[in-house]
Design a protein around this ligand. Sequence first.
Ligand code: ADP
Length: 238
Amino acid sequence: MTQLMNENGIRCDGRRIDQIRNVSIKVGVLKNADGSAYIEFGKNKILAGVFGPRDVHPKHMADQDSGILRCRYHMSPFSVTERKNPAPSRREIEISKVIKEALQSAVILKDFPRTVVDVFIEILQADGGSRCAALDAASVALVDAGIPMRDMVSACAAGKVADKIVLDVNDEEDKEGQADMPVAYMPNLGKITLMQLDGILTPDEYKKCLETAIGGCKQVYEIQKKALMEKYFKNGEA
Ligand code: ADP
């Protein structure tokens, strides 16, 4: 078993307990999508493409009063060490659902009745926290597609590793640690749109973990904004 934290509180990948992995985002990377983003979140490498608003197929899914949102989170066969079967797994179906719900509160689709906005997420390389990183890229891709939004959605996990609350759990910490709490947050509205918890925390740890994750979301938000500024404003400034 890997030692997850040394006696100086340094984690297995060299980070402090309150330190997020390196995050970089590039906007507008797919020419055929209406909006797109590529994110590297530590060793996670993820592409998000947004298509729409466009006609809904099958038509019975259409809502006469609003546009609808569809999301697909998909892991490429080479995204993990053992080949991943390309068919959608139970886990990918669940993650697609929670990502959709986390973005749903932010998008405003009532002006696009009978249409759909499709969000396709391809995990090229996974390293723990991929649903949060995927959400971060998808949110930026929605902005890039010009979809009206109440706020950005910024996501980051926190967790419990070696009895300590840590920010941004990596793959090893996720597998061998004590708890993992992915959180998505609308930073200007101060609202949580996704919160899951795998593991057991005391009420105090729970509170600290949630606050830590929200702190991470706020850091990610700054990186999302900067990435959009880089595409839409000269020299990255408004
Ligand atoms: P998240 O990626 O959002 O943390 P999970 O907690 O379910 O979602 O997964 C944690 C990590 O486990 C993933 O990021 C990935 O690195 C790894 N993982 C997921 N599915 C597989 C798989 N089929 N084979 C190997 N590793 C996987």
